[in-house]
Design a binder for this molecule. Sequence first.
Ligand code: AOF
Ligand code: ZN
Length: 340
Amino acid sequence: MYINEAFKLAQMTDGQTGRNPAVGCIIVRDGAIIGIGAHLKEGSSHAEVQALAMAGDARGATLYCTLEPCSHYGQTPPCTEAVVEAGISRVVFAARDTSLDNTGIAYMEAHGIEVSHEPHDDITEFYAPFFQAKKDSACYVTVKLAATLDGKLADDSDSSKWLTNADSRTDVHKLRHTMDGVLVGRRTYELDQPKLDARHVSGKKPAKIIISRSGDVKLHAADIDSEQRIIIITSRELETTAEVIVTDDLSPGHITKLLYKHGIRRLLVEGGSSVITAFIEHDCFDEVVLYYAPKLLGGTERNRFYHTEEKELSALKQLELKSVDVFQHDVKLTYRKGQN
Ligand code: AOF
Ligand code: ZN
């Protein structure tokens, strides 16, 4: 029960902890909650330390944490030492921190603490993007698109900007809130002038990332000296106020590695159709989120979200359906890449 409450804290702070995972912690003694903590921001104290500070005297208590307490000196000192020092008797955690060479469990046990690892499916899934990105040193990639039922992102004159309804768009902002960066191609950037932020749900502005081989990107006035991080990925040096990542290799796989080095752990790929097609075709995605508007647009192949040479059906990987959400007449389908 307490681990679920700790998980709620982690979920509520998801998207605000930068390169760190969101973590929740609850300390209980004699059936009473005496401390609550969440890791609020990269560089600030960890969930366990916050909860211990609130508890004051935590001797003999049980500490519940969504993630294994860390045993390393990073930007903050090890939680395991704080836990031992506070006299905690028992630690229950849900997910192992596979990103660190952890000796923390043995250290706590050697100090007489009973440590239990109680795996929790939803929490394992919650941390999957964090651990995968760290293991691969590449972004965890979500391709997101909003299309008509016949798969068009816009009409043939590129003019239909809003297809889905307001509730779907608010949901997109929730998705963006969990992201470190949102990526679009130059054409989409220039045509749509997208803000790519999460203003409907929070003030968060994930990095706005524009790919352009030529580098001929005309920044919109709002993006010049903006407080939002603007990154242009291009093949040549540029004079601009944006951050520039210069590379000859603009393939999706390489871009996700470069962006990871620039602090982007979770990446949302938003369009247009060429960028979406490239990421899908190179198998460079972990999840696909499709918002379908109840419209049949027709027209040409232009702006159809996935357009490639014909593929062998038997050679295609099957996606796994993760969730279905309905926003009035719009439908949101979230798939993750299957293991097959
Ligand atoms: C915990 N509790 O609340 C979090 C943990 O640079 P630092 O010191 O902030 O350490 C960051 C690493 O610590 C991060 O990569 C992850 O492995 C772990 N995060 N651990 O015990 C927490 N946020
Ligand atoms: Zn820690």
